[in-house]
Design a protein around this ligand. Structure first.
Ligand SMILES: Cc1cc2nc3c(=O)[nH]c(=O)nc-3n(C[C@H](O)[C@H](O)[C@H](O)COP(=O)(O)OP(=O)(O)OC[C@H]3O[C@@H](n4cnc5c(N)ncnc54)[C@H](O)[C@@H]3O)c2cc1C
Length: 425
């Protein structure tokens, strides 16, 4: 039987777990943080390409608006309880100053994710929290709808308060294999179907291998299915060995994954979303006139990356060697049509493991957003990506994990102090 004074157990030392453990310990509750890996927060270490886009600048209400409506409503309290300024101040106090990029993304000044992890781990330890590494939790014990402890292999650790922060199911090698999601289901929680988000898009037919590494700055990708536009996303686009990546592709992946369940989804690229068809037609015409005897292939190279031109002109049956001045109006308009709406192909698949986040997870309807406590199981608190939360790129997902972790840690600690007859510090 668990005792009132048993420590709060936090499962998973990622972004949400470290903040939850720090907050609970700093209020004065005993805390045991379990992490299956030999080091904490591997996902933070690889975040932002190892530089860690730690949060996003601006008012917290704006931050909320970056999430789907239901998630925005759920996050409101957490976002105001622990803000982007709070995490930045906390890091600064730990000797990790941050800076804001012109696009609003916040990074550590050193551009080293390891500095962020070190600061968070130091905070947990200096507040009195214990971190146990190489400790994979294997289950959550409960009795009569109340948490009773956690199992770690054959060992049972009793506790009346467990904070579940095991993350999503992508990048499984980092430790996120979905343990918390299975336990949530076992503990009567509804699981919203898991889908990739912020993942590269595989396309069919595959794109020429020599395109790998090409970046299109400021384009726009659009998805079409069932005879209508499903979604579109502006931003940079990157051709990789996996297909299409970069902010625009990652941004579309969540809705592409949903649409794929219903049928084929076509992907279109607008190379110049800021220009109208007629404007581009005028530009191309001017380039042709100025180019005099130049071939259309080299003229179009002024508008598109060189490596793409022969393939793209081939798609509309315009030989690149055609002299610009002999090009008919129809052929010129076909080129402009391609610049505005090139059908890349159909989406061939989206690998959930390659998603920077997992959409879906433990249903928000069954978690109290003011405490992060489960409405189904007393003493179970849930925070971070294990919940049905997935924001866009830009530091939103780490902030959601920090803020929900903060609320979970604070409410679990207050509950511990209440039942142990202590006043919160
Ligand atoms: C490549 C990549 C880049 C990213 N870049 C950014 C970025 O720059 N900015 C941003 O905002 N977001 C970024 N994200 C997303 C962000 O990292 C996650 O949304 C965030 O880390 C989620 O925090 P979390 O605490 O919920 O889960 P995680 O940080 O994933 O932590 C979960 C922890 O639980 C542990 N665990 C799991 N099961 C068990 C168990 N049974 N027992 C014990 N421990 C367990 C795991 O080992 C892990 O340490 C990126 C993600 C990826 C994959």
């Amino acid at each position: 039987m668990p005792e009132r004074s048993d420590p709060i157990i936090v499962i998973g030392a990622g972004a949400a777990g470290l903040i939850a453990a720090w907050k609970a310990a700093s209020i004065g509750a005993p805390v045991l943080l379990l992490e299956r890996n030999s080091k904490p927060a591997i996902k933070i270490l690889i975040s932002g390409g190892g530089k860690c886009n730690v949060t996003h600048d601006g008012p917290m209400d704006e931050m909320g608006k970056a999430f789907p409506k239901r998630e925005e409503r759920f996050l409101k309290h957490a976002f105001h309880s622990f803000t982007n300024d709070d995490i930045r101040s906390m890091l600064l106090e730990s000797g990790v100053p941050t800076f804001v990029r012109p696009d609003g993304r916040v990074f550590p000044g050193s551009l080293r994710a390891s500095d962020v992890v070190r600061a968070l781990v130091d905070r947990v330890r200096s507040s009195g929290g214990e971190i146990r590494l190489n400790a994979r939790a294997t289950g959550i014990l409960s009795s009569d709808g109340t948490v009773a402890g956690v199992t770690v292999g054959g060992e049972e650790i009793p506790s009346r308060r467990v904070i579940l922060t095991t993350g999503g199911v992508s990048y499984k090698k980092t430790g996120t294999t979905g343990d918390g999601i299975s336990w949530g289901a076992g503990l009567t929680h509804t699981i919203i179907p898991l889908r990739p988000a912020l993942a590269p898009l595989r396309v069919h037919p595959p794109l020429p291998v020599e395109w790998r590494g090409i970046a299109i700055r400021g384009g726009k990708l659009s998805l079409y299915g069932g005879g209508r536009q499903i979604d579109s996303w502006p931003g940079d686009i990157l051709f990789t060995h996996e297909g299409i990546s970069g902010p625009a592709a990652l941004g579309l992946s969540r809705s592409a994954a949903v649409a794929l369940e219903k049928g084929d989804v076509a992907l279109y690229l607008d190379f110049f979303p800021g220009a109208e068809f007629t404007e581009l037609d005028r530009d191309l015409n001017r380039l042709i006139t100025e180019g005099r005897g130049k071939q259309i292939g080299s003229i179009v190279c002024a508008m598109l990356p060189d490596r793409m031109v022969p393939f793209l002109l081939g798609q509309i049956q315009v030989p690149p060697s055609t002299r610009g001045y002999v090009l008919k109006r129809d052929a010129r308009r076909k080129i402009v049509g391609l610049l505005k709406a090139w059908k890349i192909g159909t989406i061939g698949g989206i690998d959930i493991d390659r998603g920077e986040v997992t959409a879906g997870g433990i249903s928000l309807d069954e978690i109290n957003p003011r405490t992060m406590e489960s409405r189904n199981v007393r003493g179970l608190y849930v925070a971070g990506e294990v919940l049905d939360i997935a924001g866009p790129i830009g530091g939103y997902n780490l902030q959601a994990a920090f803020s929900t972790g903060f609320v979970a840690g604070e409410s679990a600690a207050r509950s511990w102090l209440d039942s142990n007859g202590d006043d919160p510090r």
